[in-house]
Write a protein that binds this ligand. Structure first.
Ligand code: KIV
Ligand code: ZN
Length: 508
């Protein structure tokens, strides 16, 4: 009989460690809700000791999200474990995840301890966590660069102290799949008590091997995979949840494994994460990229039309890609819009629908046919933005190769209108300078990305910005058929996020 693989999602913790990504309290809750719909087994909600904002988010997720286990991360230190417990104590299924470095390089230079001291700290941390909760996970950070016998010793001690899951992280994404297979086998053969616990893996993608390594560990007997939506995470990221899950599903003939993931929610979750984090999904990304099911070659197209399975190993509809059946345009009504949005999985309140409908009509005036991607962009942009402290009223630019680019921007804040003009290196720079004059905030543009989200001359352009506002890194997205307007919307979206983050911290 096939064995179950537990899916441990760490998008809210390791995923939030992606450079330039900060999620607001509200976004964390919304994402946790969607992870529940995806039916992940464990949500690693955050690292409560790290900041008051993290603590509050983990606490709220523990109180509100029923179904999955809610896990909090803690270093192998008493104060971290106390704080983790405080954050998750009201969860239906709480877990404390404690970790310590085990490679000699990290023990010596980072911890400045001996191996014996590290074992004692691990034991004490697991015992303390166990005094609060039955479900305790222990991770040996940098396990794949650690001495194998030392790993067996520390995992044995953690199991004896009460750990129910032991995690083998490839923290720096260094190991090879064949080597990892041998390491997991070695641990199974030489760690006392290992047969009574779940063996987990947590692979980073520095060499592009995170998914292959996770798979290799599963083939050697691991039964929990730590992963993130879209492969987000520290540096080059973690193993991508959607790839792991679809490998297990597509190749069950070879693997004899299954997960409980609701695979129909995969695409929606991926889009939600991309929108919230401001990190685009590369078009050729396996499973969720825009091109993952796009057939360019005439030979392929012909074959696909005769029989889908000729060139497709996954039915895109199963994971949540939809095909348009009715074309929406400027004559379409509210009802048609609601139906189509519900087909796409967006269940809006009446107020949200009214707002989306206004934007839909504005867009339909500029664009003949509104595609599913347009609709998703529209809902993401207009319905699910963070609280809009500054709202764009208008923008006017003059530019040219013999003119100094100038922009005048009108913003509304609490029903008050503020207008400013500024010059810049180009129309976007001028608009950003005008906005800075209005908000009075100190900003630095770290990156600016523009892409077409739909096709055709009237395509919607999406701009993503990474900004530093008063020293805090935030991302923003904006969508419009006009590229200067998208740029301004992205900038304001980032500023509104910054204000939300600061407000959330003040409220704590
Ligand atoms: O990469 C890593 O080792 C981690 C641990 C905290 C599990 O993220
Ligand atoms: Zn990690």
């Amino acid at each position: 009989m096939a064995d179950k693989v537990y899916i441990f999602d760490t998008t809210l913790r390791d995923g939030e460690q992606t450079a330039g990504v900060t999620l607001t309290f509200q976004e964390k809750l919304e994402l946790a809700e969607q992870l529940k719909n995806l039916n992940v087994d464990i949500i690693e909600a955050g690292f409560p000791y790290a900041s008051p904002g993290d603590f509050e988010a983990v606490k709220a997720i523990s109180e509100k999200i029923k179904g999955p286990t809610i896990c909090a991360l803690a270093r192998a230190l008493p104060q971290d474990i106390d704080r983790a417990w405080e954050a998750i104590r009201h969860s239906q299924k709480p877990r404390i995840h404690t970790f310590i470095s085990t490679s000699d390089v990290q023990i010596k230079h980072q911890l400045r301890k001996s191996r014996e001291e590290v074992i004692e700290m691990a034991k004490a941390a697991v015992e303390k966590a166990k005094s609060y909760v039955k479900d305790v996970e222990f991770s040996a950070m940098d396990a794949t660069r650690s001495d194998w016998d030392f790993l067996c010793q520390i995992f044995g001690a953690a199991i004896k102290a009460g750990a129910t899951t032991i995690n083998v992280p490839d923290t720096v994404g260094y190991i090879l799949p064949s080597e990892f297979h041998k390491l997991i086998e070695y641990l199974f053969e030489n760690t006392p008590g290992i047969d009574d616990v779940i063996v987990s893996v947590h692979c980073h993608n520095d060499l592009g091997l995170a998914v292959s390594n996770s798979l290799s560990a599963l083939q050697a007997g691991a039964r929990q995979v730590e992963c993130t939506i879209n492969g987000l995470g520290e540096r080059a990221g973690n193993a991508s949840l959607e790839e792991i899950v679809m490998i297990i599903d597509t190749r069950k003939d070879m693997l004899d494994l299954y997960t409980n993931i609701n695979i129909g929610e995969i695409v929606r979750t991926s889009r939600l994460v991309s929108r919230m984090t401001g990190v685009p999904v590369q078009p050729n990304k396996a499973i969720v990229g825009d091109n993952a099911f796009a057939h360019q070659s005439g030979i392929h197209q012909d074959a696909i039309l005769k029989e889908r399975t000729t060139f497709e190993i996954i039915d895109p509809k199963r994971i949540g890609f939809h095909e348009s059946r009715i074309v929406l345009g400027k004559l379409s009504g509210r009802h048609a819009l609601r139906n189509r949005l519900e087909d796409l999985g967006y269940y809006l309140s009446d107020d949200q629908l009214n707002r989306a409908f206004i934007r839909f009509k504005e867009l339909a005036d500029r664009k003949k046919e509104i595609s599913d991607r347009d609709l998703e962009a529209l809902v993401e942009n207009d319905v699910k933005t963070p609280a809009e402290h500054y709202k764009l009223d208008y923008i006017q630019v003059t530019t040219g190769n013999r003119l100094t680019p100038t922009a005048t921007v009108g913003l509304r804040r609490n029903h008050t209108m503020r207008e400013e003009s500024a010059i810049g290196d180009g129309p976007v720079d001028a608009a950003y300078n005008a906005i800075d004059r209005i908000t009075g905030l100190k900003t630095r543009l770290i990156s600016f990305n523009v892409q077409a989200v739909t096709s055709g001359q009237d395509a919607l352009g999406e701009v993503q910005v990474h900004l530093e506002v008063e020293g805090v890194r935030v991302t923003g997205r904006g969508i419009s058929t006009d590229i200067v307007e998208s740029s301004v919307r992205a900038y304001l979206n980032a500023i509104n996020r910054y204000i939300n983050v600061v407000k959330a911290e003040e409220d704590v």
